[in-house]
Design a protein around this ligand. Structure first.
Ligand code: NAD
Length: 477
C-alpha cells in the first residue's frame, strides 16, 4: 500500500462552499447556452491556451522553481511547457477526426436502420491536480477536456501556490471565466470540490486521497478518472548490461529529484550483480550531476515534511542492515535548507523496509536481487499493481513473459517513463495505481459521452415487440 505524510493545512485554506457551487452553476449555464462547441471554437480555445503557455514559459519555470525551493529550469521547460504544448498540438491535429460521428454496422434485424456513435461533451469537468508537475498535470487533462467540448473547474495543489496563481492568470487570459475557473485551497477545499455534482471528475494524486475522492464523488455518482502513483519496479534482465540499465534507471529516478509518479521506484537485479550495478549507478549519477547543492539541473524536494519523510526511509533501511550509499561526488555538506536530497542507493533492500513499502517519490533507489526471472515476476505480483513496469533485456521470450505475467498501468522496455511521453499511447494506472486513461484518443473518450444513436428506417422493425406476438419468436428460434 502507498501512504503519504499528513500535511499541515495551508495558511490560505478557505471554506469555499458557496463559491464553488456558484462557479459550477455559472459554467453549467454557459455550457447549456452555448450548446455543443463547434470544432472551430475548440481549436480556438486550444490555440489560445498554447500561446499563453508559450508567452509565459519563463514565468512558469520561475514560479515552479519558487514553489519547489529550486526546480531545474530545463526540467520545467521540458515537463511543464514542452510536453504540454506537444499534447495540445497533438490534440489540435487529431481533433477533427476524433469529433467525427462513427457509423456502426446495422444487423439484418433492423433493415434500413442506421446506427452511429457520437462523441458529445459531458458538460463541466472538475480537475484536481498535484504539486509534482503542477502545470502539466493541470493543463494536459484540461486541454483534453476542452477539446472534447467541456468547460472546466480546476483545483491545483496548495503546495505550489505561486504556480497556482499563475495558472489562474494564464487560464483567465487564455480561456476566460466563461470557459474555466480555478479554485485554490488545500484538502478541505479539495473535499468540497470533489463533492460537487460535476459531469466528470479527473484526479491526479495519491492513492490515499483517491479513496476519499471516490467516496465524495459517489454522492452524485460523478464518474471519476484517477491518476495515481505506487511503486513502479525496474527489472534488469540477465542479458542486459548493468551500466546501460543503471544510466537509464538513474535518469528516470533523478528527473525532478524522483518526484515523478512514473519514476522507477526500486530495482531488481540478477543475483551476483549487486556490486556491479551499484557501481554503475554511482558512475551514472556522477556523470549527470557532478555537483548537487548548487547545481541548477538538480531539483529540490518540495518541502521539509517530504525531506524528512525521505530521511526516515534511509534511517529505517540503515537500522535494518541495508547498505546505504549516498552519491555525493564533491563531498558537499547536506543542504537541508535548499532541500537537495543526495541521490541514495539502498543495496540489498528487503521487503520489510519502509522504503520497500511506501511510494518513495524522491531520489532513493532500493535495489534487491533475484535468482530467476519468475522470482522477480512473483515479487512484482505480490505487490499492488503499479503505475509502470520497466524491464531491461533483449530476449524476446523474457520480455513476453514479463509483459504477459504481470499487470501495470504501462510498460517501457529498455528505458523508463517513455511510454507516457508517446502521444499515441493511452496513459493511466490499474487498481491502486489508477482508474481510466487520458492521452491519445483515449483521453478524448474519457471526457466525452459515447452516445449510441439509432435511426429507424422505413421498415417497422418494432412490430416484433408489439403484441399480439403470435409465436413470432418461436418461429425465429
Ligand atoms: P495528494 O493526493 O496529496 O494531492 C493531490 C491533490 O488532491 C491536491 O490538489 C490536494 O489539495 C488535493 N486533496 C488533498 N486532500 C484532498 C481531499 N480529501 N479531497 C479532495 N482533494 C484533496 O497528492 P500529491 O502529494 O499532490 O501528489 C503526489 C501523488 O500523486 C503521488 O502519489 C504520485 O504518484 C501521484 N501522481 C500521479 C500521477 C499520475 O499521472 N498517475 C502524476 C503525478 C503524481
Amino acid at each position: 500500500t502507498t501512504t503519504h505524510i499528513r500535511r499541515t493545512p495551508a495558511a490560505n485554506e478557505l471554506a469555499f462552499g458557496e463559491d464553488l457551487e456558484a462557479s459550477l452553476a455559472r459554467l453549467r449555464g454557459l455550457q447549456a447556452a452555448e450548446g455543443i462547441p463547434s470544432y472551430e471554437t475548440r481549436i480556438h480555445r486550444l490555440k489560445r491556451l498554447k500561446s499563453a503557455l508559450l508567452v509565459r514559459k519563463h514565468e512558469i519555470a520561475a514560479a515552479v522553481s519558487r514553489d519547489f525551493g529550486h526546480r531545474s529550469r530545463h526540467e520545467s521547460l521540458m515537463a511543464e511547457v514542452f510536453f504540454t504544448l506537444r499534447a495540445i498540438d497533438y490534440t489540435i491535429s487529431h481533433l477533427h477526426g476524433w469529433m467525427k460521428v462513427r457509423r456502426r454496422p446495422v444487423s439484418w434485424l433492423f433493415p434500413m436502420g442506421r446506427a452511429c456513435v457520437a462523441y458529445q461533451p459531458l458538460g463541466v469537468v472538475g480537475i484536481i491536480s498535484p504539486w509534482n508537475y503542477p502545470v502539466h498535470l493541470a493543463l494536459a487533462p484540461l486541454a483534453t477536456a476542452i477539446a472534447a467540448g467541456n468547460r472546466v473547474m480546476l483545483k491545483p495543489s496548495e503546495l505550489t501556490p505561486t504556480t497556482s496563481r499563475l495558472l489562474e492568470e494564464l487560464l483567465m487570459e487564455a480561456l476566460g471565466p466563461e470557459v474555466a475557473s480555478v479554485i485554490t485551497g488545500g484538502p478541505a477545499t479539495g473535499a468540497a470540490f470533489a463533492r460537487l455534482p460535476f459531469d466528470h471528475l479527473f484526479f491526479t494524486g495519491s492513492t490515499r486521497v483517491a479513496r476519499l475522492i471516490l467516496r465524495d464523488a459517489a454522492e452524485h455518482l460523478t464518474p471519476a478518472t484517477l491518476e495515481l502513483g505506487g511503486k513502479s519496479p525496474a527489472i534488469i534482465g540477465k542479458d542486459f548490461p548493468s551500466e546501460k540499465a543503471a544510466g537509464r534507471i538513474m535518469t528516470g529516478k533523478l528527473f525532478n529529484a524522483g518526484q515523478t509518479c512514473l519514476a522507477p521506484d526500486h530495482a531488481l537485479v540478477p543475483a551476483g550483480r549487486m556490486g556491479e550495478f551499484v557501481a554503475a549507478c554511482c558512475q551514472a549519477v556522477a556523470a549527470m550531476y557532478p555537483s548537487l547543492t548548487g547545481n541548477d539541473d538538480y531539483t529540490s524536494i518540495i518541502n521539509d515534511d517530504h525531506y524528512r519523510r525521505l530521511e526516515s526511509y534511509v534511517a529505517d533501511a540503515r537500522a535494518r542492515g541495508a547498505d546505504v550509499i549516498e552519491i555525493n561526488p564533491q563531498a558537499e555538506a547536506p543542504d537541508r535548507v535548499g532541500r537537495k536530497f543526495f541521490p541514495t542507493l539502498i543495496a540489498n533492500a528487503t521487503p520489510e523496509m519502509l522504503v520497500m513499502k511506501e511510494e518513495i517519490f524522491g531520489p532513493i533507489l532500493p535495489i534487491m536481487s533475484y535468482a530467476s526471472l519468475s522470482e522477480a515476476i512473483a515479487f512484482v505480483n505480490a505487490n499492488p499493481r503499479p503505475l509502470a513496469l520497466y524491464y531491461f533485456g533483449y530476449d524476446g521470450r523474457d520480455i513476453d513473459e514479463v509483459i504477459n505475467s504481470t499487470m501495470s498501468g504501462g510498460v517501457t522496455i529498455n528505458e523508463t517513463c517513455l511510454h507516457a511521453a508517446l502521444d499515441d499511447l493511452p496513459f493511466g494506472g490499474v487498481g491502486p495505481s489508477g482508474m481510466g486513461e487520458y492521452h491519445a484518443f483515449e483521453g478524448f473518450e474519457t471526457f466525452s459521452k459515447k452516445r449510441a444513436i439509432f435511426r429507424q428506417g422505413p421498415i417497422d422493425t418494432g412490430r416484433f415487440l408489439r403484441p399480439p406476438f403470435a409465436g413470432a419468436v418461436d418461429r425465429a428460434l
